[in-house]
Design a protein around this ligand. Sequence first.
Ligand SMILES: Cc1ncc(COP(=O)(O)O)c(C=O)c1O
Length: 393
Amino acid sequence: VKISLLNDFNFPSWVKHTKPSAIDDLIGYASQPDFISFALGLPDQSFLPKAVLTEVTNDIIENEIDAFQYSPPLEELKTEIVKLMHLRGVSCDEKQIFLTSGGQQGLNLLVTLLLERGQPVILEELVYPGILQSLKPFSPEILTVPTDLKTGMDVEAVERILKSGVKPAFIYIVADGSNPLGVNLALDKRKRLAELANTYGVPIIEDDPYGFLNYSNQLPCIKSFGGENIFYVGSFSKIFSPALRTGWVVVPECFLPLLVSLKESFDVNIATFGQRITMGLLRKNIFESHMQILCSAYRERRDKMILSLNQYFPTEISFETPDSGFFIWVNFIENINTTLMLEKSLNAKVSYIPSQSFSAIAGAKHTSGMRLNFSYSSSQQIEEGIKRLAETY
Ligand SMILES: Cc1ncc(COP(=O)(O)O)c(C=O)c1O
């Protein structure tokens, strides 16, 4: 009944081609008892600094009742974000910060601002599905470049496209702890990409939700090497909590009025309560100690997953050890189709996202990879989940 009703509507063509994402399908499984989810990019909320969070939240409820009202963006939060951007190697000021209801909204806003219908964009072959969702209404021409699993995006391939005279609306990249591949873009490639953006006048959207979650050396973000046409998207979702719906973009000051009016069409207010809590937490000077707790816990889980993969999948797979973020990307050496394998693994109560779900171009060749999340499950669950996975293929 539902399908025939949908067919009766005269939707624009991009809507007709919209399918439910694998991620939406898998959200429901995560809450089943004894289910082990390696599918979603969830932070572990048990690491939230509960005592400080309680203090900050109570203080807002007692003393700042307008936190529950429509209100303008919080200037003091922008000041805190300027300090965080310094830690990512970027000098900017409050006038270049635009607060958003999370990183995904930052992406949506920038895509809407920069992309003309049908224009080309440059993406990696395997990308964060959220950017594809943002692109869909504009039916862009998607140009893809490969990714090296040790050094990240093939920047020479980007250069070849630009040299050929193509003028893309932007290049999209997650340079730290890439989603889905887990790789960090090498330092020399960051510099080169920033140079290319400058030389060819092509914007870069640098999506950086994992930039503070490093397990060895933290690299400066691409924005730190370039100028005004590198647009940085930040988020507190993985640092504190996705429920705060608080993120930001760093853009030239002249963009702010455009973003203000565009955002009004997406949502009228910023998540005021979330912003206040975020600011309260940052002002308690807990950022560094909190990041140390997260990084050491997630590093331990990453190591456990690597150990378990080596133990339970002796030779059939290959993977790298990610230095940042939430994901390990696993490739099967034999020609295993991980989309077909998913049903069996769900029956064994363990999930992952198959490589096909990340293809920038539908029907593309990547069928034997899987993205495994290591941030959400305990070490014990990680070992049990990997064992289950190894038994299902
Ligand atoms: C690469 C990437 N960008 C953006 C987001 C969106 O995050 P949020 O809207 O919660 O800030 C995510 C979330 O998983 C992500 O992995």
